[in-house]
Design a protein around this ligand. Structure first.
Ligand SMILES: *[C@@H]1O[C@H](CO)[C@@H](O)[C@H](O)[C@H]1NC(C)=O
Ligand SMILES: *[C@@H]1O[C@H](CO)[C@@H](O)[C@H](O)[C@H]1NC(C)=O
Ligand SMILES: *[C@@H]1O[C@H](CO)[C@@H](O)[C@H](O)[C@H]1NC(C)=O
Ligand SMILES: *[C@@H]1O[C@H](CO)[C@@H](O)[C@H](O)[C@H]1NC(C)=O
Ligand SMILES: *[C@@H]1O[C@H](CO)[C@@H](O)[C@H](O)[C@H]1NC(C)=O
Ligand SMILES: *[C@@H]1O[C@H](CO)[C@@H](O)[C@H](O)[C@H]1NC(C)=O
Ligand SMILES: *[C@@H]1O[C@H](CO)[C@@H](O)[C@H](O)[C@H]1NC(C)=O
Ligand SMILES: *[C@@H]1O[C@H](CO)[C@@H](O)[C@H](O)[C@H]1NC(C)=O
Ligand SMILES: *[C@@H]1O[C@H](CO)[C@@H](O)[C@H](O)[C@H]1NC(C)=O
Length: 576
């Protein structure tokens, strides 16, 4: 028996079934094989996040996902993932306050059951406390009650670790997700939480002191590693965990950055990931979250990003775990990946095979964004031969197919200089013409001698039609967003939105005037604008900004294909 009788545990034990023996004696002795963190990280590669699920506030099911089903984990495993990260928010599940902070037993059982659901399929699991980091455990706030945070954090981990103490070596723990921290002082407070976490693992017994854990610096970004210090007296095998969503503007759809892949863009990824490795030359590393969603990134740019990030992570021996909020990657209802190409690119990159990728514009100063992921034909025009350059990366082009029918080389297309596919006008005429109805017409699957297959989408387009082109800002729903019904005429998505005041100035981020022509004055996806299957949406933050500016303001909605002066824009004016 180890010394563990903290007030928190005693109180919690009195409340429910915590009072078991605390050596591993009460766990079946065969159920745990000690692993080094290195072995765990290697075996768990790659991983997938059960995002916006048990971490949702206030409860599982509250955000955009239903309760986790076992079938979801089957889909994840079938795609080649070896582990899941199970983010859990405890904030709304306490049934007592200070000092015991008892977690609802039903909730702890649910966490335990989901862990078992994953391990029963052979998946490695890492579980944590998630949005607790900002709901009650934010040490960086001026009025943070550190006594409360430490007390509640300790009580929580005593209960979580106790509940999960007999789980097998497949199960790893992470103290808390992305804890805010901006300076050395915050860093020291967070390192104290790490100490409390590590001690709770020792104090709860079972297999916990031999279990793999991950530890992190403030925010889990690569930029705050200088404030990380490994806990004293640590017995657990541990890996360092960090998250990567850079560059921010590309990943989150800010300032019209739909282009990615220049040498500078690539070098920035290598520099950031290398700096993490540089700080932890002898510690295994988990890249616990990364993603670029198909909802707001252009496919050729996104595929280049996935290929490069995964290849870099692989070269630096990191375990990548894809974030998935339920809308951007796996469709949990059907088991289909919304961007299967991205998943294939990831898996091939991790297997060390080169992927061939559609070439696309990488110059941030460009006036036109071209992409070999698409052939666009404008209504009223007749397509000629279309040349699509590919970056073969040492591979050769094998075949082009639509569904199960193989295109004929020579008749339907030709290959020039090895890496350019020219789709012949006669072939394109079957799908695209002066009069074809706008919309997506076909997807060509391109296979190569090695690596992931790619996709070329044939799209007939015209400018979308909005139900109206102006309204008064004050007439927008009180406190809410403004939705404008849209009839799509090509891809069902928005590329970027430029927001210009009557005086010619930009409504947001005036400094964007220094960016390229496709980025100047563009607002940010989700925060300021959005869209869904039949509407474009101006967010309340943007409506309020227009009212505050006192100027009639034009939202210039831009669609793919993106090119200055191609007319693929709808202007919507909010008047004041
Ligand atoms: C614990 O959670 C369950 C399920 O949400 C709920 O029915 C129950 O009332 C909760 N218990 C307490 C003591 O709040
Ligand atoms: C801080 O938290 C402790 C422990 O929960 C509590 O006893 C104390 O009253 C709190 N202090 C303030 C100022 O709220
Ligand atoms: C580490 O162990 C030493 C010796 O037992 C003890 O004095 C110290 O408080 C421990 N540090 C932490 C952070 O637990
Ligand atoms: C360690 O991380 C810091 C913060 O990101 C970075 O400035 C530094 O260059 C890294 N050290 C090495 C050796 O890579
Ligand atoms: C298009 O390609 C076909 C096949 O190579 C060729 O015969 C034709 O001349 C080309 N048309 C134009 C306008 O280049
Ligand atoms: C893979 O790509 C890299 C970088 O483009 C290249 O140096 C290497 O030769 C390629 N490997 C193969 C097998 O083609
Ligand atoms: C491939 O296509 C690009 C873009 O159309 C063109 O600049 C290049 O000259 C082509 N290369 C060959 C070998 O045809
Ligand atoms: C082509 O693929 C895209 C992306 O998966 C999809 O949205 C579109 O419906 C497909 N088009 C056709 C004609 O199947
Ligand atoms: C905004 O536009 C409306 C309609 O064109 C016009 O009546 C109004 O005067 C404009 N407001 C300002 C502040 O210019």
């Amino acid at each position: 028996m180890r010394a563990l009788f903290t007030a928190a545990l005693a109180a919690a034990a009195a409340h429910e079934s915590l009072a078991q023996p605390l050596s591993s004696g009460d766990c079946p002795s065969s159920s745990f094989k000690s692993l080094t963190a290195q072995r765990w990280v290697k075996a768990a590669k790659p991983g997938w996040n059960i995002g916006n699920t048990l971490d949702a506030l206030p409860d599982e099911g509250s955000w955009n996902n239903p309760r986790l089903q076992a079938s979801t984990l089957d889909y994840v495993k079938a795609a080649g993932f070896k582990s899941v990260r199970l983010p859990v928010t405890y904030a709304e599940h306490y049934v007592t306050g200070s000092p015991s902070w008892t977690i609802n037993a039903t909730w702890l059982q649910r966490v335990s059951d989901v862990v078992d659901m994953a391990t029963s399929k052979g998946l490695y699991v890492i579980t944590n406390m998630h949005h607790d980091s900002w709901t009650w455990a934010d040490v960086s706030k001026a009025d943070a009650n550190l006594t409360m945070i430490e007390e509640k954090f300790q009580a929580s981990w005593m209960q979580i670790a106790n509940k999960l103490r007999c789980k097998s070596e497949l199960v790893a723990f992470e103290p808390i997700n992305e804890p805010p921290g901006n300076n050395a002082e915050d860093g020291a407070k967070l390192m104290k939480l790490n100490d409390i976490f590590v001690k709770a693992l020792v104090d709860t017994g079972g297999f916990n002191s031999k279990r793999v854990i991950t530890l992190s610096g403030p925010g889990m970004g690569a930029d705050k590693i200088q404030w990380f210090k490994a806990p004293a007296n640590i017995t657990n095998p541990w890996a360092f965990q960090f998250h990567f969503y850079n560059p921010y503007d590309f990943v989150f759809g800010a300032w019209g950055k739909t282009i990615w892949g220049s040498e500078a863009d690539k070098a920035a990824v290598v520099a950031e990931l290398s700096s993490v490795r540089g700080n932890f030359t002898n510690v295994p590393i988990v890249l616990g979250e990364y993603d670029a969603s198909q909802l707001n990134t252009e496919p050729a740019a996104r595929w280049k990003w996935f290929d490069h990030v995964l290849r870099t992570a692989q070269a630096l021996d990191m375990l990548p775990m894809l974030w998935d909020n339920g809308l951007d990657n796996l469709d949990r209802a059907t088991g289909k990946w919304r961007d299967q190409t991205a998943i294939d690119i990831m898996m091939h990159a991790l297997a060390g095979r080169n992927n061939s990728l559609p070439d696309s514009t990488t110059d941030p100063a460009a006036t036109v964004q071209v992409s070999s992921a698409y052939v666009f034909n404008k209504l009223g025009q007749t397509p000629g031969n279309q040349t699509l350059p590919f970056l073969l990366n040492g591979n050769t082009i094998r075949s082009l197919k639509i569904g199960s029918s193989t295109l004929s080389r020579g008749r339907d297309y030709s290959i020039t200089g090895n890496s350019n596919i020219t789709l012949h006008a006669s072939f394109l005429a079957k799908y695209l013409s002066a009069t074809a109805a706008p919309g997506t017409k076909a997807n060509i699957t391109v296979t190569f001698s090695s690596g992931a297959p790619s996709r070329v989408e044939l799209v007939q387009w015209d400018v979308p039609k909005f139900a109206s082109l102006s309204s008064a800002a004050r007439d927008a729903p009180a406190g809410g967003d403004l939705s404008i019904p849209v009839e799509w005429r090509g891809l069902h998505r928005v590329a970027a939105v430029q927001v210009v005041k009557a005086d010619g100035g930009y409504l947001f981020d005036d400094w964007t005037q220094w960016l390229g022509p496709l980025q100047k004055g563009r607002a940010t996806y989700n925060n300021q604008w959005d869209f869904d299957h039949n509407r474009v949406i101006i967010r309340r933050a943007a409506i309020d900004a227009v009212i505050a500016s006192g100027q009639n303001t034009t939202f210039r909605w831009e669609f793919y294909p993106r090119a200055e002066g191609n007319g693929n824009v709808v202007e919507y004016t909010l008047t004041v």
